[in-house]
Structure formats: structure tokens, C-alpha cells
Design a protein around this ligand. Sequence first.
Ligand SMILES: NC(=O)c1ccc[n+]([C@@H]2O[C@H](COP(=O)([O-])OP(=O)(O)OC[C@H]3O[C@@H](n4cnc5c(N)ncnc54)[C@H](OP(=O)(O)O)[C@@H]3O)[C@@H](O)[C@H]2O)c1
Length: 245
Amino acid sequence: MKILITGASSGLGAEFARQYANDENELILLARREDKLYSLRHELFEKVKSIEIIVTDLREFIPLQTKIAHLEDLDVIILNAGVSLGHSGEMASIEEFKRLYDVNVLANHAILEVLLPKLQKRKRGTIVFISSLASLFSMPSSKVYSSSKRALNAYAEGLRYKYKKDNIKVLNILPGFIRSELTDKNEFSMPFFLETEVGVRRMIQAIKKEKEFYAFPKRFYYTIRFLNLLPSFIRHQIVEKFSFK
Ligand SMILES: NC(=O)c1ccc[n+]([C@@H]2O[C@H](COP(=O)([O-])OP(=O)(O)OC[C@H]3O[C@@H](n4cnc5c(N)ncnc54)[C@H](OP(=O)(O)O)[C@@H]3O)[C@@H](O)[C@H]2O)c1
């Protein structure tokens, strides 16, 4: 398989690369940190059929589109790159808000604007969005991040309906807390926490089974669903008590 992974320089993206590294797979790894990408390439070089590095900033849409324009015959596109503003609970500045949306939402569209027509032409391909369980429940301390991931859910859903006839699978994965640079910054105790290797293994299984919606760990997902069924004044009390600060 030929697989593009965004945000491959650390965390879940780097682990996707490690777990997909075998002699049948061609990997294309995209992120900004060149040193991290090249050291991953060095680590995986002998295991994979081929490995290409694309160093680019996802917020710069035109250079991004230029740098991916040559990609052909992709089987899987894993739109994994994402940023959070932490859990300070402070009001984000408009600049921070925009930067987050550029990476978590708009860059994905910039990529698909270039690559989707190619999948459409081939009548095959899988697009995987890495959303978050945070998209289903917005805490006061992570409202910008949650809203970006909820936007991603809606975008993924629309794409899925639109491109089904072209045999393009659109999968949406909503992980809970998994060890990465993003969660290393969290100073609170993270419920249902998973190690990177375990979390990514589960996501790869879900991709293999072509699950259109995969939210995990299940106990965390069902807890959130239950919370969402409660009357809003009770939810409010729970949020006040457990807000991650
Ligand atoms: N870890 C969790 O618990 C968890 C839970 C739910 C969802 N997620 C989602 O999983 C995805 C991966 O996150 P992670 O936990 O693995 O975090 P991470 O270790 O911080 O990785 C984020 C990746 O995104 C890349 N990235 C960020 N800004 C970029 C930019 N402007 N241009 C290009 N690449 C950029 C980073 O690369 P460079 O810095 O090198 O550019 C890095 O490779 C994110 O979408 C996150 O929201 C994570």
C-alpha cells in the first residue's frame, strides 16, 4: 500500500509509520521537523518498500499543495497532524485560534483539494481523519480544540456521503488520551490513558476493517455518550467538578 501520513514526526503519526513499515508498504511522511522525519526514515529505511519525506508547514497552504502535487496512486491518506492549545482554560487569542484551525481543519481540505481528484480517477482510496473524543464533549479548557475536531467530524461525514459512489472510503477515528508530545503537556490525570503503541495498533485495526466511525477506548466513549444524555444542568455540575485545569 502507498500511505501518506501527516504529522509523522512524533506521537501517533510516527507510530503509524513504524507499524506500517513493511516491505509491501510505501510511506510518505509529512511534517515540519526535518530532523525528526529523517531520523524516522533512517530507522525504517530497511523495513519498507520506500519512504519519502515531505517537509512542510501545513498552515502554508500553497507551498503545501505544491509539495504534494506529485503524489500518485495513494491507497491511504492519514490526516493525523493536529495541535492543541493545552488546557489552561484561558481565552485564546484570535491568532492562536486561527493557527489551530489552519492545522486541524483547513490544511486537511488543502490536501484533499489536490489528492481527492486523483483517488476519484482511480475509483479507490481511503481517507482517514484523526479526530478526537474531545469532539463529542467540549470542556471549558479545550473548547477551541474540541470545536476544531467537531468541525472535522462534520467534514468527514459529508465527504463520506459524497465520494461513496467513487469507492472512496472516508473513515473517522476519535481517540481518547494516548501518549504523545501533545498529551505529555497535560498535568492532570488522563482517564483511560493508552500507550502510543496500543492506541495506534487499535487504529490500524479499525482502518483495516474500514470502520467509518471508530471511537475508543470504548469505556471512555460510552461515558461521554452517557454524559451527553444528561440534562444540561447536571452536565454543568459535572463539568465544574471535573474540568481539567
Ligand atoms: N494523543 C492523544 O491523546 C490524542 C487524542 C485524540 C486525538 N489526537 C489527535 O491525534 C493527532 C496526532 O497528535 P499526537 O497526539 O500524535 O500529537 P503530537 O505528538 O504533538 O504530533 C502532532 C504532529 O502534527 C504535526 N504538526 C503540527 N503542526 C504542524 C504544522 N503546522 N505543519 C505540519 N505538521 C504539523 C507535528 O509535526 P511538526 O511539529 O514536526 O510539524 C507532529 O508530527 C492530532 O490530530 C491530535 O489532535 C491525539
